[in-house]
Write a protein that binds this ligand. Structure first.
Ligand SMILES: NC(=O)c1ccc[n+]([C@@H]2O[C@H](COP(=O)([O-])OP(=O)(O)OC[C@H]3O[C@@H](n4cnc5c(N)ncnc54)[C@H](OP(=O)(O)O)[C@@H]3O)[C@@H](O)[C@H]2O)c1
Length: 202
């Protein structure tokens, strides 16, 4: 189902209900990125990115979390990114959607504490999937510095969800990088982020 279409989350929920499917664990993984100057990127595609990365994810949580809470068990694994931790010039909207996912997920996890529903926000760094080419970042310094395997990232998310971890950064290097920007002024973090998102050649 194309989750960039308004109302798609509701349709997905109703179809599952009609099929008698009870969702124990909701994994909000679908997402994409776009690299380029904000004023030059296709406006409609940027809106679709907001719709998929942020709106559909929120709607799916809203649809599935109440019945999980009624049952007294369930899990929600929302995929953000290390892009959540600093503004990302050249991926301004993408990084903002991931900051939203991280903030929203940790808040929701706290709201649902004591209900038996676990919410984990997984933040991968560069990962070897189709994402890099689709977003236009596979030649960036970030990806050239090395990408984790999708299997290792998935395992980190799975383990974090089962351990009840609210926010998990996949990989030690990514954890150090994400932590280090907390101590930098935000303008400097944005400048460094831009350097990472530029192609290695410049
Ligand atoms: N790869 C990275 O470096 C990286 C780093 C940090 C965070 N992430 C995040 O990780 C998540 C997964 O990305 P990935 O790396 O696995 O990229 P990917 O290989 O491009 O996979 C993207 C996934 O999103 C689904 N999707 C894309 N557009 C959709 C739409 N309109 N409606 C429904 N589903 C749609 C795709 O489904 P189909 O296969 O059916 O198209 C696919 O399952 C994303 O949220 C991404 O932002 C990735």
């Amino acid at each position: 189902m194309d989750l960039t279409e308004p109302g798609a989350a509701e349709r997905l929920y109703r179809e599952l209900q009609a099929d008698g499917v009870q969702v124990e664990t909701l994994v909000n993984n679908a997402g994409f990125g776009l690299r380029g100057p904000f004023v030059e990127l296709d406006a409609a595609r940027q809106t679709q990115m907001l719709q998929l990365n942020a709106v559909a994810l929120t709607e799916l949580c809203r649809l599935f979390a109440p019945e999980m809470a009624r049952r007294g068990r369930g899990g929600i694994l929302n995929i953000a990114s290390t892009a959540a931790f600093q503004p990302g010039p050249l991926m301004a909207v993408y990084c903002a959607t991931k900051a939203y996912v991280s903030s929203f997920s940790v808040a929701l996890g706290e709201e649902l504490s004591g209900t038996g529903v676990r919410v984990t926000c997984l933040c991968p760094g560069a990962t070897a999937t189709a994402f890099g080419d689709a977003a236009g970042v596979s030649k960036s310094r970030l990806f050239r510095a090395g990408a984790m395997s999708s299997m290792r990232v998935a395992e980190a998310g799975f383990e974090a969800l089962h351990a009840g971890t609210r926010l998990k950064i996949a990989g030690f290097k990514n954890w150090v990088l994400a932590l280090s920007v907390r101590f930098a002024p935000i303008w400097l973090a944005a400048k460094l982020s831009r350097r990472f998102l530029e192609d290695e050649a410049g």
